[in-house]
Design a protein around this ligand. Structure first.
Ligand code: FAD
Ligand code: SIN
Length: 542
């Protein structure tokens, strides 16, 4: 089956939904999402959205804080755009019905690590849920947005799918849409679009311990890379310092529960198991140092003492205020026997966010014509080597909006060459008769990435990881070529590709910078190699 649309958007988190609303003003939009519409990282965001709303704050300060966290690698032009356009986009969220927390009629602004001012707009500790709710309600009310759940994008369509255009050089290629798996009936349909927006979110599931829900399998990075788009800075994986340590938790195979950075902003103190408040030995900003520093400090303390977790202590604060600010965390912790008003919270770092991604310009345009990328899957350059807390939702809003501005101008310059695009071809493949190799492959990959490509890296660990990933890649490709596609197989294939991209980029970077810390080049980065790591697939797979 073939479907035609003006704009194909893949993903229903903040980036995809906001782009859909804006594009619907001038075009028909088809939005596909691989599970239910609220299954997204966005839905789990706690802390909030960073932006300048306080008179005593300034764009300069937000700009400066973002650049400091980014460790010399931020694209200053993009940071300036994000910081300055942020407030208008947040006001649009409010206009469509998002209820942010207020005090005395004004937005209640919280403080998080690396911010010199309280500037986090939030909805208690459930910001993402509230934003997602409001965006979905708005999308549901717009007739020319068609949102289809349980539809998983498998591959982007470019000239390489078209017989007589196969050999067009990679840098001249266009994206014509995508092959999409209807998950419930295992049929692959062809969606032909004038433009395609990848808003597929992150890749946290490549690691054993992550705050990211199960949808975060890096599909967008892998699809774009396979299609020949440029991908950058994949080595910069952010580990959130404080995910809840649960010994026998029920969601052990999916993701860890986050204890928002706002708890440290509220006065939370990190302690070793024997009660020592250790951040004073690492950074004068203590618990509110940027995330890379706090996560490494915790990792060092865990290794020094042989412990499984450190504690986050908020017990010195007023109980009612704790419950009022963090109702979600209070309830979750209580459900596992921890009363955060009285007990220390056991925490460990977990993979949280990918700072790199599909290289885009100031209008979210990728290096493939007709392909845009927004949200976590993109690399706008605003995060550099380390993202400042709560800048992700902001980036998604600002650049999704900008994508829509560009699409409005150029939509009709893109051809919709549906006649030449062949349907999905899976002749010669068989239905999977067992899935044990998928389950095993995923476990192996996640453990490998955690042990060898985690918070602290080395040349030797990266080399070992690269060898093992190559083997996994070969096995998965072999299985993929012989089998009718299904979700778990597609996701594993994408996870392996993302692991490859992370390791490859980490091997290129011969320095420690921001989130990439290696024992072989432990010194602070010399200024003269402040460069992005850009990789591009030079061959074509389907
Ligand atoms: P997502 O919200 O992840 O949405 C991606 C969408 O794409 C999903 O709908 C998914 O199902 C769909 N999808 C993926 N692959 C496919 C495919 N192949 N086919 C079809 N659909 C697909 N950032 C902040 O700024 N502030 C915070 O307070 C904050 N807190 C966070 C807390 C947690 C626990 C986590 C995990 C992240 C947090 N972040 C926060 C980061 C932020 O939430 C994410 O970076 C952001 O939500 C990403 O939005 P997105 O729209 O790009 O992707
Ligand atoms: C948090 O609430 O700590 C997460 C914020 C973020 O990832 O930006």
């Amino acid at each position: 089956m073939q479907i035609k649309t003006d704009v194909l958007i893949i993903g229903s988190g903040i980036a995809g939904l906001f782009a859909a609303i804006n594009c619907s003003e001038f075009a028909d939009v088809l939005l596909v999402t691989k599970k239910e519409k609220t299954d997204s990282n966005t839905n789990y965001a706690q802390g909030g959205i960073a932006s300048v709303f306080d008179q005593a704050d300034s764009f300069d300060k937000h700009f400066h804080d973002t650049n400091i966290a980014g460790a010399g690698l931020c694209n200053k032009n993009m940071v300036e755009i994000m910081v300055k356009e942020g407030p208008a986009r947040i006001l649009e969220l409010i206009e469509i019905g998002t209820q942010f927390t207020k005090i005395n009629g004004h937005l209640d602004l919280a403080k998080e690590g690396g911010h010199s001012h309280a500037r986090i707009v939030h909805a208690k500790d459930l910001t993402g849920k509230e934003v997602e709710r409001a965006l979905i309600e708005k999308v549901n009310s717009i007739p020319n947005i068609r949102l289809i759940e349980n539809t998983l994008a498998v591959n982007l369509i470019t000239e390489h799918n078209i017989v007589n255009l196969k050999h067009l050089p990679i840098n001249s290629r266009h994206c014509f849409g995508a092959y999409i798996l209807e998950v419930n009936n295992n049929q692959v349909i062809t969606v032909v679009s004038k433009v395609t927006i990848l808003a597929t979110g992150g890749l946290g599931q490549v690691y054993q311990h992550t705050t990211n829900p199960s949808i975060a399998t890096g599909d967008g990075y892998a699809m774009a890379y396979r299609a020949g788009a440029k991908v950058g800075n994949m080595e910069f994986i952010q580990f959130h310092p404080t995910s809840l340590y649960e010994n026998s938790k029920k969601n052990a195979n999916t993701h860890a529960f986050l204890i928002t950075e706002a708890v440290r902003g509220f006065g939370g103190i990190l302690r070793t198991k024997d009660g020592n408040a250790f951040m004073k030995s690492y950074d004068p900003r203590l618990e509110l140092a940027p995330r890379d520093i706090v996560a490494r400090a915790i990792d060092t303390e865990l290794k020094k003492h042989g412990d499984d977790f450190v504690y986050l202590d908020i017990t010195h604060k007023n109980s009612n205020e704790i419950i009022d600010h963090f109702p979600n965390i209070y309830a979750h912790c209580l459900s596992v026997g921890i009363d955060i008003t009285k007990d220390f919270i056991p925490v460990v770092p977990a993979a949280h966010y990918a700072c790199g991604g599909i290289l885009v310009d100031e209008y979210a345009r990728s290096s493939l014509k007709g392909l845009y990328a927004t949200g976590e899957v993109s690399m706008t350059g605003v995060h550099g080597a380390n993202r400042l807390a709560s800048n992700s939702l902001l980036e998604a809003l600002v650049f999704s909006y900008r994508a829509s501005l560009d699409i409005k101008k150029s939509l009709n310059s893109f051809v919709q060459s549906s006649n030449h695009i062949p349907p999905w071809d899976d002749t010669g493949t068989l239905s999977a008769d067992e899935k044990v190799s998928i389950v095993h492959g995923k476990k192996e990959l996640k453990q490998l990435m955690w042990d060898y490509v985690g918070i602290v890296r080395s040349d030797l660990r990266l080399e070992s990881a690269a060898r093992r990933i190559k083997n996994l890649f070969t096995e998965v490709e072999d299985y993929y070529m012989k089998t009718k596609v299904f979700s778990d197989l597609i996701e594993l294939r994408n996870l392996v590709t993302c692991a490859h991209l992370i390791v490859k980029s980490a091997q290129i970077r011969k320095e420690s910078r921001g989130l990439h810390y290696t024992l072989d080049y432990p010194d602070k980065f010399p200024e003269n190699i402040a460069e992005n790591t850009i990789v591009q697939n030079t061959y074509q797979t389907s």
